[in-house]
Ligand binder design. Structure first.
Ligand code: DQA
Length: 138
């Protein structure tokens, strides 16, 4: 299957950013892990990262009729973005939501996810492995 993997704001800072929560591996290491997992599972993946909500919306819109699935870690936009939720609804591409950390055992404001309202599955708290589980779901 052809799968679009979207990573949201500050995930490009992995390795530097709050290593006690997100680990010490870099974003490049995460991208390598996702590519290797997709390869192993026989999926074609396109990776996209942005710190900008509108760019994420544009990328989801461009995926229409071009991808069989979306794996998304919307990062902080998880908890705020109706625009990303609406874009995912608009394209109606099956979506799996991933979070490196367990959003349910952190701050109160992280417990609500707009993307969960459309996602077929949400995987959180498994670190890099969560992305592989998401690719396996497809
Ligand atoms: C995150 C969890 C979010 O609450 C946070 O804003 C992030 C990363 C995760 O992968 O655990 O930036 O999506």
């Amino acid at each position: 299957m052809k799968i679009l993997v979207i990573n949201g704001p500050n995930l490009n800072m992995l390795g530097v950013r709050e290593p006690d929560i997100y680990g010490s591996q870099s974003f490049a290491a995460l991208e390598n892990f996702i590519r290797a997992s997709a390869n192993e599972l026989g999926h074609e993946v396109v990776l996209f990262q942005s710190n900008h909500e509108g760019e994420i919306v544009d990328t989801i819109q461009r995926a229409y009729k071009n991808f069989d699935g979306i794996v998304i870690n919307p990062a902080a936009y998880t908890h705020t973005s109706v625009a990303i939720l609406d874009a995912l609804k608009a394209v109606a591409i099956p979506t799996v939501e991933v979070h490196l950390s367990d959003i349910n055992s952190r701050d109160e404001f992280r417990k609500f996810s707009y993307v969960s309202l459309v996602a077929k599955k949400t995987i959180c708290g498994l670190g890099f492995e969560g992305y592989k589980k998401a690719l396996e779901w497809f």
